[in-house]
Write a protein that binds this ligand. Structure first.
Ligand code: SF4
Ligand code: FES
Length: 734
């Protein structure tokens, strides 16, 4: 701290140097001095309405709320003086007047701020003998349960909606004793972050509906883990009882997810116990039926079938498709096995169509850290529905926008932002608009060094909106061009990438890339792509990407973590149908595998296996399995280790997943020390403008992106889930 600017205050007779503008409660928190509070929350604006944080301040005629009292030089404050304690106890008594005191039947029991603070500041006998008020519960939908009689009107949930969620869905009506908190019109919450109000509510008024009355907080064990649905890598706690996952809550990590998680990360665990979990290995018998068998027989059948194809048609007749949410260890072992068998036909870019720029493109990284996103003063989002793709990255960008950043977006129709954009370019095709922004920068004299760019921009028509967007990037001394998942699903992905890269170079911005799944960057670094090996090692021959494999289906196909009917680009299901031998390693039954797979190997879900995800910033985060795999399912890395050994391949003698990780890490550390990856300084170069009339992809709905999320009934029944289900069904019948 700069001493010239610091102030000196006394807190409980001890001197502290503090920063001007700090509130007393912040100084107390920084120095481990406990002040009770209900309405104050460090991530929300101050409302100072509960008065629980009253403290004694020298020369002040009354007790002052510590959350709303700024420090002043020479101030003397007592948090535990007789006067302060008496004030705090009075407030506690007042708050408990209308509280039902139903802790024994309240789900918040054992983790309730009110219960805990009442122990310290409450009286053992109530003086209030009159009737307590009763408030009718509100229906917030399938994710959040309400017991509004318990509400103490702290307004944390209201402020969360306005300040963090970006949707003012909850508010207070009435005054005094008649005040009620609720949605203005009775309706389900629609924010993708709505579950965070459960954690924020300091009493048992807002609760997890799916978790309601299933376990008490003290019965559960908590394990740290990493969320498996997007590239943020949110830190979570998985809470278990008797070997079953009971609940998922956030784990605070200011550098990654602060203390929030998306509803997808919070409630997807409810799909774990789905009836169609695969629990036993299966092989297809001579009558064409899948029958359950033991592991040894299933593994031998898989090896025999693949080996027969490889022996007959060569290694290149083998292909492997894996989920972008596979772990680093799974990606690595799968590519090692496929390459060991003489093939480079491996891909995890399941919904991509255009791979023509893959050799030039860098791995999908944000290019800056998540906290740095908030410091950007100009952002151009190209081809993304960020609130659905990466909800907590969208939240960081919203924070930047609210702090004054100019945010522009080129996206397909139907993408909804929860703040005002500088330029909203909702279009039918992404490429012409992105080309026009690039051309606007060229016309400003910025593109002279990018040879080949004019070939991409020559037909672009520059309008005022494109110039405004270009100018806003030029104005920003910290600017970000962000290419999202919809751009990756576009039939012109390579052109979009080249144009976005050119815009970044011309405007001095960072190019950030975020694509689908929890670990797309891990997939690239671990070598689960056809054009390079682990740590971007050059391969002797480039294998077939997913698009080419769809056109020329490999005779033998390994599928890992894929529900084919939902997770793949168009045409891929038909390609599976044309393969002669298919092995599916998956956690859930799927209609295509049931019909087509010759061997089905049941795989553990992410809560049941150890592994590592690399988030969009490039942060490696490992996690452990917290419950046993269901039935006879096995962790993916173990299945691959055994398969590799049965194929008589070298280098599969791993005792644990950590040793697999070490092998990948060593290769990646060597790559980074050689600087062969990710230096975002120069344009990747021109690409052919392929299918120029391609309609922009509408993307994958927020609760339909992976097999686990699709099986979480509360998510599917939420207002977002229902709207998506409706669209999905319409698409299926169209
Ligand atoms: S419902 Fe909970 S968070 Fe919302 S105002 Fe009431 S006590 Fe506060
Ligand atoms: S915490 Fe300070 S008034 Fe509520």
């Amino acid at each position: 701290m700069d001493n010239k600017e610091s102030l000196t205050i006394q807190l409980n007779d001890i001197e502290y140097q503090v920063e001007p503008g700090q509130m007393l409660i912040e100084v107390a928190d920084d120095n481990g001095i406990e002040i009770p509070r209900f309405c104050y929350h460090k991530k929300l604006t101050t409302s100072a309405n509960c008065r629980m944080c009253l403290v004694e301040v020298e020369k002040a005629p009354k007790m002052l709320p510590a959350c709303a009292t700024p420090v002043m030089d020479g101030m003397k404050v007592w948090t535990k003086s007789p006067k302060a304690i008496a004030a705090q106890k009075s407030v506690m008594e007042f708050l408990l007047i209308n509280h039902p005191l139903d802790c024994p039947v309240c789900d918040q029991g054992g983790e309730c701020d009110l219960q805990e603070i009442a122990l310290g500041y409450g009286a053992d006998q109530a003086r209030y003998q009159e009737k307590k008020r009763i408030v009718k519960d509100k229906n917030y939908g399938p994710l959040v349960a309400t017991e509004m009689t318990r509400c103490i009107h702290c307004t944390r949930c209201v402020r969360f909606g306005v300040e963090i969620g970006g949707i003012a869905e909850i508010g207070g009506t009435g005054r005094g004793d008649h005040m009620e908190i609720g949605t203005y019109v009775e309706k389900s919450l629609s924010s993708e972050l709505s579950g965070n109000i459960i954690d924020l509510c300091p009493v048992g008024a807002l609760l997890s509906k799916p978790f309601l009355y299933t376990a008490r907080s003290w019965e559960m064990k908590s394990f740290p883990s990493i969320a498996a649905h997007d590239a943020v890598g949110s830190n979570i706690q998985i809470q278990t009882r008797n070997g079953a996952v009971m609940r998922v809550v956030p784990l605070e990590n200011e550098a990654i997810n602060e203390l929030w998680i998306s509803d997808r990360d919070r409630f997807s665990y409810l799909g774990l116990e789905s009836d169609d979990r695969l629990t036993q290995p299966m092989v297809r018998n001579e009558e064409g039926k899948l029958i359950t068998t033991d592991w040894q027989s299933a593994l031998e059948a898989a090896v025999k079938g693949v080996q027969a194809v490889v022996n007959g048609a060569g290694g290149s007749a083998l292909g492997a498709w894996t989920s972008p949410s596979s772990t680093v260890e799974e990606f690595y072992l799968l590519q090692k096995m496929v390459r060991g068998l003489g093939s480079s036909n491996i891909d995890h870019r399941l919904r991509q169509y255009d791979f023509s720029g893959q050799q030039e493109q860098r791995s999908p990284r944000l290019g800056i850290t998540l906290p740095q996103v908030e410091q950007q003063n100009a952002i151009l989002v190209v081809g993304a529905n960020l609130r659905h793709e990466q909800p907590l990255l969208a939240h960081r960008i919203r924070k930047a926008a609210l702090a004054g950043a100019e945010v522009s977006s080129v996206h397909p129709q139907g993408v909804v932002y929860n703040y005002a954009l500088t330029q909203e370019l909702a279009v039918d095709q992404l490429t012409p608009t992105v080309a026009a922004i690039a051309k606007a920068l060229e016309e400003m004299g910025k593109g002279s060094e990018l040879s080949g760019l004019s070939a991409l921009t020559t037909n672009a028509v520059v309008e005022a909106s494109h110039r405004v967007t270009a100018e806003s990037l030029l104005r920003g001394d910290q600017a970000l061009v962000l290419l999202g998942g919809l751009a990756y699903q576009d039939h012109n992905q390579s052109v979009l990438y080249a144009l976005a890269d050119a815009i970044a170079v011309m405007s001095g911005a960072t190019l950030g890339v975020v694509t689908e799944g929890a670990n797309a960057l891990g997939g690239q670094l671990a070598g689960a792509v056809p054009h390079h090996g682990v740590a971007k090692q050059v391969v002797d021959s480039v294998g077939m990407d997913l698009g080419t494999m769809v056109e020329m289906p490999p005779k033998a196909l390994l599928l890992m973590g894929i529900e084919a009917a939902e997770d793949l680009a168009e045409g891929a299901v038909e390609a599976i149908g044309q393969s002669e031998f298919v092995v599916s390693i998956a956690a859930f039954a799927d209609e295509v595998s049931s019909r087509k797979a010759d061997v089905v190997l049941p795989m553990a879900a992410f809560t049941e296996t150890s592994g590592t995800f690399i988030n969009m910033e490039g942060v490696w985060q490992s996690f452990q399995g917290v419950v046993s795999p269901k039935g006879e399912a096995r962790p993916g890395w173990k299945i691959l280790r055994v398969l590799g050994t049965l194929f008589n391949l070298d280098g599969f003698e791993f005792g644990d997943s950590e040793s697999v990780l070490q092998e990948v890490k060593q290769a990646c550390d060597a790559m980074e020390s050689e600087g062969t990856d990710e230096e975002i300084t120069s344009w990747v170069g021109p690409a052919d403008w392929g299918n120029s009339s391609a309609t922009a992809a509408s993307g994958v709905a927020i609760y339909r992106g992976d097999a686990l999320t699709r099986r979480s009934q509360p998510l599917q029944q939420s207002s977002l889930g229902k709207a998506e289900q409706h669209q999905h069904n319409e698409g299926a019948t169209a």
